[in-house]
Design a protein around this ligand. Structure first.
Ligand SMILES: Cc1cc2nc3c(=O)[nH]c(=O)nc-3n(C[C@H](O)[C@H](O)[C@H](O)COP(=O)(O)O)c2cc1C
Length: 433
C-alpha cells in the first residue's frame, strides 16, 4: 500500500485566477471555505494529508520589483490560522503548515505547534523550511538571508531546541486528578535550558502536551545538508527528484542517512511529486496534456518569475536566445531545485528552449484515464519501494474532484491506498503501513 497527499503550492493564497476552472476566486479569496471543502473531499478519498506551502515574502527578485507578483495575485496569507478551520471541517486527515526555521524563535514555534496539535485533536504537522530569497531575511531585520548551508546548521540546532521545549513536559505530566485537585505533576515538568550557538531558550513551555506530543514533522530538503536534515528529523519527506531512478535514489538516501543516525527508517514516509492529467479516454487525457504543455510553454514570463524566486537571481537580465550562464554556485535559494533546471540549461540549449521544456515539478509523467494512471502509480511504487505520492495540481475544486472522485476510487478498489483511518492521530495513521 502507499499513501496520498496534496501539496497546496501557494499556501493560503488563491488558485485559478485568470483560468477557466477557478470558480469564484474573487469571492473566495481570503476565505477558508475552499480549503475546508477540498480537504474534506480528499479525506473522503483516502488522503493522508494536505500540506500548506508558505514563504513570508512578496516575491520581488524578478525585474527587482514585486510588480509581477502583485499583478498575478502571488500573495500568501499566513497558513497557521487556517489550520484549525480545516480541522473543524474534517475528522481524520492530517493538516501541515509551513514554518521557517530561520526566522521563527524556537519558543514561539514549540508553543504554536503544540497549540495547533490540541486544536486539531492530534492531526497537525509542520513543514520545516529554511527559506529562500534575501528579501525574507530583510523582512526579519537582516541585510540579507543566511547562506544555504549555514541555515541548515542553524536548523539542526533549532529543531533540537524545539524538541527540548516540547519535552519540558513529560507526556504524562498532566494528571488532572479530580480527587486530590492536582492538575499536573511538578516532578514531570522541567526547564529546557537549551544553550546553542544560534539558539537559546529556557522553558518550560506554558502549554500542556498535545495529543501527539511531538507533531508530525515534514521536510523537503534536496541538497546534501537538506537531505541530512530531513532524514534526521522528518516523519514525512516530500521529494521532487525526477524519474524512477531519481525517486528510488532519493528514498534510498533518506533511508541510509536515517539509519546511520539511529532512526527506524521505515517510519519515515517519502512522498513523490506528481501532476497527473486525467481524462475519460486516452485521447482526451493526451489532448489535455498537450494543451497544458502549450500553455505552460507560452508563459515564459511566469517561468522567469518562478525561476528568479527559487534561485534568488533576476532572470529577466539574460538573453532568451542564448545559453544561460552556469550560475549554480551563486544560488542561495532552493539550491537543489535550481540544479535540476540548470542541468537542462547547460545541455546546449538556449535559455528559451530550456524554459519551454516540460513544465512542472513532477517526478514521473502520468497521463491517461484513471485506470491507466493508477496502473502507472502502482508500477512506480513497486519499482521505487514507497511510500506514496504528493499531488501538486492547482488547488481548484475541479482538480481535487478529478483526483478524489476519479482516480482515488480506482486505487481504493485495488486496495493500494487506505480505506479509512484506524487511529486517532495523524502520526499514527501515517505510520500505519
Ligand atoms: C514539495 C516541496 C514543497 C516545498 N515547500 C516549501 C515551502 O512551503 N516553503 C519554502 O520556503 N520552501 C519549500 N520547499 C523548498 C524546500 O524546503 C527546499 O529548500 C528545496 O527542496 C531545496 O532543497 P535544499 O534547501 O536542500 O537546497 C519545498 C520543496 C518541495 C520539493
Amino acid at each position: 500500500m502507499f499513501r496520498l497527499a496534496w501539496f497546496v503550492n501557494y499556501g493560503f493564497g488563491q488558485y485559478g485566477w485568470g483560468g477557466r476552472w477557478s470558480g469564484n476566486v474573487s469571492r473566495d479569496v481570503g476565505r477558508p471555505e475552499l480549503f475546508m471543502h477540498n480537504t474534506k473531499t480528499l479525506e473522503n478519498a483516502g488522503f493522508d494529508y494536505v500540506m500548506l506551502e508558505d514563504a513570508p515574502v512578496l516575491p520581488d527578485v524578478y525585474k527587482a520589483s514585486p510588480d509581477y507578483s502583485v499583478e498575478h495575485g502571488i500573495f500568501r496569507l499566513d497558513p497557521f490560522p487556517l489550520v484549525p478551520l480545516i480541522a473543524q471541517a474534517t475528522d481524520h486527515i492530517g493538516v501541515i503548515a509551513t514554518m521557517t526555521t530561520s526566522y521563527t524563535p524556537p519558543y514561539q514555534a514549540a508553543r504554536l505547534t503544540t497549540t495547533l496539535d490540541h486544536l486539531t485533536n492530534g492531526r497537525f504537522g509542520v513543514n520545516l523550511v529554511t527559506s529562500s530569497p534575501h528579501a525574507v531575511g530583510q523582512n526579519f531585520g537582516r541585510d540579507s538571508h543566511y547562506e544555504h548551508d549555514l541555515r541548515y546548521e542553524m536548523a539542526d540546532e533549532w529543531i533540537d531546541a524545539v524538541r527540548a521545549l516540547w519535552d519540558t513536559w513529560e507526556p504524562d505530566a498532566v494528571v488532572m486528578d479530580e480527587h486530590t485537585g492536582l492538575f499536573a505533576d511538578p516532578a514531570k515538568v522541567h526547564y529546557a535550558n537549551y544553550n546553542g550557538q544560534y539558539h537559546r531558550t529556557r522553558g518550560p513551555l506554558n502549554t500542556i502536551p498535545g495529543p501527539q506530543h511531538h507533531p508530525v514533522i515534514c521536510q523537503a530538503g534536496g541538497s546534501g545538508v537538506g537531505r541530512t536534515f530531513a532524514a534526521r528529523n522528518a516523519d514525512t519527506v516530500m521529494a521532487g527528484t525526477k524519474g524512477i531512478d531519481g525517486m528510488r535514489g532519493y528514498r534510498d538516501d533518506i533511508t541510509r542517512i536515517a539509519t546511520e543516525n539511529g532512526r527506524d527508517a521505515s517510519k519515515i514516509k517519502v512522498v513523490h511529486l506528481i501532476e497527473p492529467v486525467l481524462g475519460d479516454t486516452m485521447d482526451e487525457a493526451k489532448a489535455k496534456d498537450r494543451a497544458r504543455q502549450e500553455a505552460a510553454a507560452a508563459d515564459i514570463e511566469g517561468k522567469l518569475a518562478g525561476l528568479s524566486y527559487l534561485s534568488g537571481i533576476d532572470m529577466s537580465q539574460f538573453d532568451l536566445d542564448a545559453p544561460l550562464p552556469d550560475m549554480a554556485d551563486k544560488v542561495n535559494g532552493h539550491k537543489s531545485s535550481y540544479d535540476q533546471f540548470n542541468r537542462i540549461a547547460q545541455s546546449g540549449k538556449t535559455f528559451r528552449e530550456a524554459l519551454s521544456g516540460r513544465s512542472g515539478q513532477q517526478t514521473i509523467e502520468l497521463v491517461g484515464t484513471p485506470e491507466v494512471v493508477a496502473d502507472q502509480m502502482e508500477e512506480a511504487m513497486e519499482q521505487v519501494g514507497g511510500d506514496g505520492f504528493l499531488f501538486v495540481l492547482p488547488f481548484t475544486r475541479k482538480n481535487v474532484a478529478e483526483v478524489a472522485d476519479g482516480l482515488a476510487p480506482v486505487l481504493r478498489r485495488r486496495g493500494v491506498i487506505r480505506d479509512g483511518f484506524a487511529h486517532k492521530t495523524f502520526k499514527e495513521n501515517l505510520q500505519e503501513f
